[in-house]
Ligand binder design. Structure first.
Ligand code: URA
Length: 200
């Protein structure tokens, strides 16, 4: 077992655990403070992420950053971002169940080392694997589930919001609900920020 995220990242660098290794340019490990209280989990890297080796750096990532900013969060300060699979699925298809399973051990290790109080699943793939196999994003987005002391919520994937902008207001409610949950369970996330930033 790795003692730090850096050690875990090194152990993943040459991973050949599934077929996604064949086409990748970079393993996209994750980014954010090592002990972030809030962790976001997406599906898998797309083209931009594969090129840069960082999660959510394309158009969906830009939208994600704007939503985070609206609730005074950011990957630089207080949110860790990772994916279900660390290598890009070809043509941006959904990761297949065996690929997700092959990568799950690494995700679990990330969660063990980061110890977030709240995990937000971005989209169906993460929510069904991590919250409930029958999770319905359209009906259950924004709902919090207590899983052994870690609060878990599923929201609409930012890429889905780019395809269907009419869903943005509903998704924004989820981010407001996240802010409420943070204030309830780990208010220190906001404690070091000027008040006017928090109470918009
Ligand atoms: N979509 C994801 O699920 N993850 C990324 O890193 C980028 C796009």
């Amino acid at each position: 077992m790795a003692a730090t995220l850096e050690e875990l990242a090194v152990s993943l660098a040459d991973c050949r655990g599934c077929r996604l290794a064949e086409g990748r340019r970079h393993v996209v490990f994750g980014t954010g403070p090592a002990h972030a209280r809030v962790m976001l989990i997406g599906e898998g890297p797309g083209q931009n992420e594969d090129e840069q080796g960082l999660p959510f750096v394309g158009r969906a990532g830009q939208l994600l950053d704007r939503m985070l900013d609206a609730v005074d969060l950011s990957r630089e300060r207080n949110v860790y971002i990772a994916n279900m699979v660390k290598c890009r699925p070809p043509q941006n298809r959904d990761p297949q169940p065996d690929e997700t399973e092959a990568c799950l051990g690494f995700l679990r290790e990330q969660v063990r080392l980061i110890r977030p109080r709240i995990i937000v699943c971005l989209g169906r793939i993460a929510a069904q694997r991590l919250i409930d196999p029958n999770f319905k994003v359209t009906r259950q987005h924004g709902e919090f589930f207590d899983r052994n002391g870690t609060w878990m919520m599923g929201t609409l994937h930012p890429a889905a919001l780019l395809r269907n902008p009419a869903q943005k207001p509903a998704a924004f409610e989820d981010w407001l609900a996240l802010r409420q949950k943070i204030l309830e369970v780990c208010p220190d996330v906001y404690a070091d920020q000027p008040k006017e930033d928090v109470c918009r």
